[in-house]
Design a protein around this ligand. Sequence first.
Ligand code: ATP
Ligand code: MG
Length: 309
Amino acid sequence: MSKKVDEFVTKTEEELEKPTEEELEELEKELEEETEEEELLEEVEEKSPPPKELVQKRKFLKRQKDKDMFETVEEVFDTSTLMAVYELMRRGVIGELFGTISAGKEARVYCAKSPEGKDLAVKIYLTNTAEFRKGIRKYILGDPRFEQIANRGLRRLIYAWARKEFRNLKRFAKAGIRVPEPISVYKNVLVMEFIGENCKRAPLLVELAKPENKLSTEEWQKIFDTVVDYMVKMYQKAKLVHADLNEFNIMYWQGEPVIIDVSQAVPLSHPYADEFLRHDIQQIRRFFSSVGVEVPSFAELYSKITGME
Ligand SMILES: Nc1ncnc2c1ncn2[C@@H]1O[C@H](COP(=O)(O)OP(=O)(O)OP(=O)(O)O)[C@@H](O)[C@H]1O
Ligand SMILES: [Mg+2]
């Protein structure tokens, strides 16, 4: 078990005044409602998509994982984030917060325990890194409403981004795709099912492909078939394109692939949806052929996923 992130992140029950039934109901309702920022994000996304290079750059930035897994806690936990974690404790969602599972430029993932002792994954979007600010600023640049958004504060836009991942997870799960079950989202903190056990996360496909973890071709074939089935469901049922689907964003747990990292998924109406889909298909073809699966042609996969000949 990894060490607790910070002693004072764990509060005793007396210190945390539990919400009442009515309060919880209200919180639940609040979660259902779209915030203005979320609507704005959607509009911006659909009307002024980022230029191609920018999309590439965002993805590149995402890959640049921090080497030091236990970098200063303070950098992530500014007062507002700390308060958000407290609020989730008060609501009885989080019991205790443990060590870092992953430390990227845009988000950190922690293992936590529910008050009942169940493992949880807590994804905290960084609101105070230059990278995220730059990334999101560029993402909305060129839109006439940019000023309006900037005035409201980038922080609130990041909250909307976290809620977007929560909603996308729900939509994928509803379509029958195995994703971490979304549990709660508050400000820049997203709580979901932990994929793994005892705070030890399940492997990513990229890790499973290492020589020491050799799976048989049949096993890879089975994983591939399931991933393709998920892609069909994403497109035809959830009506979303993942837009960053690759061996880094698929975990493997209890014999099943699990899709993660869905904040950037876009609706089929997005002007770049088709381009993103083509890119996802190529990424999946590249990876699975590298592990020995005889992958169908691009055209075959594309028509299977979209249901178009
Ligand atoms: N539900 C989960 N259960 C266990 N581990 C998880 C879960 N979600 C994410 N992780 C771990 O955290 C890592 C980062 O998560 P994710 O891919 O969602 O974030 P990201 O947007 O890529 O962030 P980053 O900027 O850190 O790259 C994953 O590669 C995985 O190892
Ligand atoms: Mg990722």
